[in-house]
Design a protein around this ligand. Structure first.
Ligand code: HEC
Ligand code: HEC
Ligand code: HEC
Ligand code: HEC
Ligand code: HEC
Ligand code: HEC
Ligand code: HEC
Ligand code: HEC
Ligand code: HEC
Ligand code: HEC
Length: 304
């Protein structure tokens, strides 16, 4: 096919007769879209074209834009190309990309993700022809891309203590799957927040914080029930241990009320021992004594 690289349009149009009706092949497009072609050899989609083994309706320019015969005959124009993405509805864009990529998202719930439901589809995050990112054809460096729409999250990652996403040590997608995620087995049916699940449906945190995985002889139940986010704000916090509350005892007392109607889940979690004088600052530092707060193999009260 590539022997026709520089043929004039008319000759190429004659060549087009040999293809399925409507499909004219990709070579002819470069006559008028040289700027798109210029970078195309570096595009992962070029593979399909280079392999020469895939029919044109599944490869090259027309794999995404649809049969270009009418467009070429008309001498161009956004109205004559079947899929001009600038004119498509979000659902049509999704279908066009998923016609090839559906298999990539077998672990993601892409059609029901919060993004898809909010009409944020593929081209909001990926730039096929002019991606400035080194990988995955992203429309911008990953965290900057996400911050375009998630300004509040940008502020969280600027707090005194945080995971170092802005510094380039990790990315949003270490914890999230922007394509969607099945509801997790932890979190008690709360909104999934597209938190990516690691092997065997476990929390993504355990990939890096493996010492918190257990199993422990004595587990602190919220680790598995609410998940890590029951106590931590993973984006950023005023607390050096990324706790959801600036001081630790206020966090513990949210659950340890011993009161059926006031407990966060209304289940009356064990009240702190009467031996604890909560006005004594020493007792406010719960984790100076309950040092194995994530679970212990030696003590049911996590004291060692
Ligand atoms: C993987 C799907 C895909 C393939 C393959 C593809 N395009 Fe595109 N094209 C798009 C999308 C999506 C847009 C909309 C702009 C964007 O989001 O990057 C677009 C936009 C365009 C535009 C509008 C100008 C612009 O840059 O936005 C032209 C012209 C174009 N494509 C031509 C081509 C040609 C020629 C080829 C083959 C060399 C090609 N496309 C291959 C998806 C594709
Ligand atoms: C004879 C010149 C010519 C040829 C050949 C040609 N195009 Fe175009 N194309 C144009 C012109 C002109 C436009 C309108 C540009 C504009 O509106 O800015 C256009 C627009 C487009 C757009 C719409 C961009 C948008 O979203 O507004 C796409 C996609 C596109 N062409 C793809 C192709 C593909 C794929 C091929 C090869 C099958 C091809 N073109 C061949 C001239 C051509
Ligand atoms: C909200 C932003 C967003 C949307 C919407 C989105 N993506 Fe992505 N996509 C990303 C990010 C970020 C990555 C890089 C993930 C990483 O680094 O692990 C990625 C990676 C990919 C990859 C390569 C790695 C993988 O996970 O397989 C493919 C293929 C892909 N996206 C295709 C698509 C398609 C097709 C759509 C639409 C059906 C889409 N994306 C919608 C942000 C998005
Ligand atoms: C005709 C089939 C086809 C269509 C349609 C298609 N793609 Fe692809 N896409 C591929 C193939 C094949 C690859 C290369 C996969 C590889 O490298 O193994 C690819 C690669 C990608 C990658 C890079 C993956 C990576 O690992 O870095 C992204 C992102 C992507 N496509 C997004 C899209 C988006 C967004 C659309 C819709 C605008 C789209 N694709 C439409 C076939 C397609
Ligand atoms: C260390 C893991 C981790 C990283 C890195 C991370 N997140 Fe999150 N994110 C979470 C968890 C866990 C939740 C659920 C929190 C909850 O429901 O209490 C969440 C919730 C969210 C939410 C919904 C709740 C809200 O605050 O609005 C958005 C949006 C979000 N993250 C965006 C991002 C973006 C954008 C990035 C990258 C700049 C990012 N996250 C990086 C773990 C992470
Ligand atoms: C084009 C705008 C846009 C971009 C870009 C974008 N998002 Fe979103 N995101 C949304 C909208 C809209 C929602 C749904 C409304 C809401 O919950 O805020 C959402 C929701 C979320 C949620 C919460 C899901 C839930 O169930 O509550 C997370 C997590 C998230 N986005 C992460 C990301 C990450 C990570 C990136 C970058 C890879 C990203 N987003 C890029 C617009 C965007
Ligand atoms: C990609 C690896 C990675 C993932 C995934 C990850 N973390 Fe981290 N985490 C780190 C690193 C590295 C640090 C050390 C702080 C830094 O960035 O300098 C850290 C620090 C922390 C700290 C503060 C520790 C201290 O030293 O005081 C807490 C708490 C924490 N992470 C909780 C979580 C939670 C909860 C999740 C899941 C929502 C999570 N992490 C996901 C890598 C990760
Ligand atoms: C019941 C509340 C609670 C839950 C749930 C919880 N943590 Fe913690 N975590 C804490 C407290 C309190 C500290 C501070 C301990 C201290 O002051 O020494 C802490 C500290 C940490 C630290 C830093 C110090 C250390 O021990 O390494 C990391 C990392 C961490 N947690 C990760 C996790 C991960 C990952 C999960 C989910 C598997 C999780 N946490 C679930 C309460 C919790
Ligand atoms: C999200 C709710 C939640 C938070 C926050 C929480 N816990 Fe717990 N904790 C529980 C539940 C549920 C149990 C199991 C209670 C039971 O079996 O009666 C438990 C058990 C315990 C036990 C063992 C009690 C016993 O009788 O064996 C101790 C000690 C404890 N928590 C200390 C703490 C401390 C210290 C903090 C703050 C760092 C804390 N907890 C934060 C829910 C929570
Ligand atoms: C000075 C050490 C110390 C501090 C500080 C401390 N505890 Fe304890 N805690 C203990 C010891 C020892 C026990 C077991 C003996 C007892 O019941 O007094 C215990 C028992 C518990 C129990 C189990 C009660 C029961 O009846 O089985 C809970 C719940 C608890 N602590 C929560 C907390 C919380 C929440 C804080 C912070 C507000 C805290 N502890 C601070 C030493 C401490």
């Amino acid at each position: 096919m590539r022997v026709f690289v520089l043929v004039p349009i008319l000759a190429a149009a004659a060549f087009a007769q040999s293809l399925p009706p409507g499909f004219v092949g990709s070579e002819i497009c470069q006559n008028c879209h040289a700027e798109v072609w210029e970078n195309y050899h570096a595009n992962p989609h070029y593979k399909l074209l280079a392999s020469d083994s895939t029919p044109p309706e599944q490869a090259g320019c027309e794999g995404c834009h649809g049969p270009g015969g009418g467009h070429v005959r008309a001498g161009g124009g956004a109205r004559t190309i079947p899929r001009a993405f600038s004119r498509l509805q979000p659902g049509q864009i999704l279908d066009a990309c998923l016609s090839c990529h559906a298999r990539d998202f077998s672990r993601a719930n892409i059609r029901r993700s919060s993004h898809t439901e909010a009409d944020v589809v593929c081209t909001a995050c990926h730039s096929i022809h002019s991606s400035p990112a080194p990988r995955h054809l992203l429309a911008d460096a990953q965290e900057q891309l996400c911050y375009r729409c998630h300004g509040a999250v940008r502020a969280q990652f600027s707090m005194p203590f945080k995971h170092r996403v802005n510094e380039g040590f990790m990315t949003c997608s270490d914890c999230h799957n922007p394509h969607g995620a099945d509801p997790p087995t932890w979190r008690m049916g709360n909104r999934p927040r597209m938190v990516a699940q690691h092997l065997g449906n476990e929390q993504p945190c355990l990939r890096c914080h493996a010492d918190k995985r257990g199993p422990f002889t004595f587990e602190h139940p919220p680790l598995r029930v609410e998940g890590c986010e029951g106590c931590h704000s993973p984006h950023g916090s005023m607390n050096a241990r990324l706790l959801r509350r600036p001081v630790v005892f206020t966090l513990c007392l949210e659950c340890h009320t011993g009161n059926d109607s006031f407990g966060r889940q209304g289940d009356g979690v064990q009240r702190v021992s009467p031996s604890h004088n909560l006005f004594d600052p020493r007792y406010q530092q719960c984790t100076t004594c309950h040092v194995r707060i994530h679970g212990s193999n030696a003590d049911p009260r996590f004291l060692r």
